[in-house]
Design a protein. Structure first.
Length: 469
């Protein structure tokens, strides 16, 4: 998921708004006639009611991941998700109309609108799905490089079908092209065509109608086609982008294997001014205070069940590493048995950990066990959004095994984070490495907009029971 509202996502949202809003209006005119429909709009708050119902519908579409193409594997799944989302929407609207009759747009109008909106929404979404998945439609990409660069770029494109990218092929250095690199000299073993050498770059761009060049060449001396790229760029013929930046933009994570310190140093993240920092901390602490108030009844019930289920304290305090390496104690509802680490040596928490109590599995799944961390946020030890805090023992180990790991502590840890909404439950060094790629992306691109996206995605995760680490 790209964190920016790209053209395709804007078109998708606007299309849905027009279809849902138009569907209600059309249903109103069919049911009441043109004069009756206009009268309903002018005298009975018809338009505000329809706008409210449209907002409910779009929220449900969002919760069903219908604005994230990477989770849609087939048209059958697309149709099923749309039907489920609209079904839930009308159940919610029926409940709201029952308890708040003033919001009612009319039973007949609601019945007509179901058929109209479902028909048009399915047609629109299937059409978009077909267009974005068509091999002859989209931005044509040529890769300058070979080996892992081609593989990584191809993989990035394959998991972002909604991005509209099409890899045409790649060009390699002259010495690789002449020595029979990768077998037959026509591909890289994954069906990606090799056109020739970097010396032929301009002719290939012109002949194949290339829209974007992704640069992955590591050997800059004598192998980097600087003059050709400069002519193409200044002529406005193609877009040119480094493979590291392309990978980050498409996947929402940085690539540790190709990461250079200079790339991070010259990133465009704005400086954290004092005003910006104060505003962000006030917002996060305000959200945490609101969270404590809203979840207080659930916290009381949780505390009671924990006491009844197993012996031991209700709360669990554990040392974690915070901003700039400062140690603090995170507070959670206890979800494990007492003395779950009898020898005192830290153990990775696993997805199906046998140390977890029966009720603890539920609190972990729903993230109820993390409610007390609102207090950590209010105290200034954590933020609402940021890399999840890790235990000192694991931080020391992971810092030795994973490059750049210590940089995740340059920002305050969070109750939730980009890695938590993008990567499943992790319980190994490799999982930590994968999550670090998302954490570094967050640190590099940290904005209020990204924070809000993560909060919304976390709410969706909790509602659908996909809680992770």
């Amino acid at each position: 998921m790209n964190t920016r509202l790209g053209t395709r996502l804007v078109v998708l949202i606007l299309g849905d708004v027009l279809i849902v809003l138009g569907g209600f209006l059309l249903a109103m005119f069919i049911r009441l006639g043109v004069d009756g429909g206009i009268d309903q709009i002018l005298t009975n708050y018809g338009l505000p009611k329809i706008i409210f119902a449209t907002a409910i519908c779009l929220t449900t579409l969002y919760l069903y991941d219908l604005y994230v193409f990477t989770v849609i594997n087939s048209r059958k799944e697309l149709v099923l998700r749309i039907m489920q989302a609209l079904g839930i929407t009308w159940v919610l609207l029926a409940m709201l109309f029952y308890f708040f009759p003033a919001l009612l747009v009319g039973r007949g109008i609601a019945a007509y609108s179901v058929v109209i909106i479902l028909s048009f929404l399915l047609s629109f979404r299937i059409g978009i799905h077909y267009i974005l998945g068509h091999p002859d439609i989209g931005e044509k990409i040529l890769i300058v490089g070979d080996g892992s660069v081609v593989e990584d770029t191809t993989h990035a494109v394959s998991i972002r079908r909604d991005a509209g990218h099409r890899i045409v092929g790649f060009v390699a250095n002259a010495d690789l092209a002449t020595n029979g690199h990768n077998g037959n000299g026509n591909g890289n073993g994954d069906g990606i065509r090799r056109f020739g050498t970097v010396d032929e770059l301009e002719a290939i761009v012109d002949g194949e109608g290339i829209d974007r060049i992704v640069i992955g060449t590591r050997e800059r001396r004598g192998a980097f086609p600087a003059e050709a790229l400069l002519r193409l760029r200044l002529a406005g013929v193609v877009n040119i982008e480094e493979s590291t930046s392309f990978f980050e933009r498409v996947t929402g994570r940085v690539h540790l294997d190709n990461l250079l310190p200079s790339w991070l140093i010259f990133s465009i993240r704005p400086r954290d001014t004092r005003l910006r920092t104060v505003f962000r901390e006030a917002l996060h602490r305000g959200l945490a205070t609101l969270g404590l108030i809203i979840t207080f009844p659930f916290a009381l019930i949780t505390a009671l069940i924990i006491k009844l289920e197993s012996r031991g304290p209700v709360f669990y305090r554990q040392e974690r590493v915070g901003r700039n390496g400062k140690i603090f104690k995170v507070i959670k509802f206890r979800s494990m048995r007492v003395n779950s680490e009898p020898d005192g040596k830290p153990v990775w928490a696993a997805k199906d950990d046998d140390r977890v109590t029966l009720f603890g599995r539920f609190t972990r799944k729903t993230r109820i066990d993390e409610i007390p961390q609102f207090w950590n946020i209010i105290r200034g030890e954590m933020s609402f959004v940021g890399p999840r805090p890790e235990r000192p023992y694991f931080v020391e180990k992971l810092s030795e095994d994973i490059p750049y790991y210590q940089y995740r502590h340059l920002v305050a840890p969070g109750l939730t984070g980009w890695a938590q909404v993008k990567y499943p439950y992790g319980s190994s060094v490799e999982d930590a490495r994968q999550k670090l790629q998302y954490d570094l992306y967050y640190i590099k691109n940290q904005t209020l907009t990204l924070d809000l996206i993560i909060i919304f995605e976390t709410v969706k995760t909790v509602l659908f029971g996909r809680g992770g680490q």
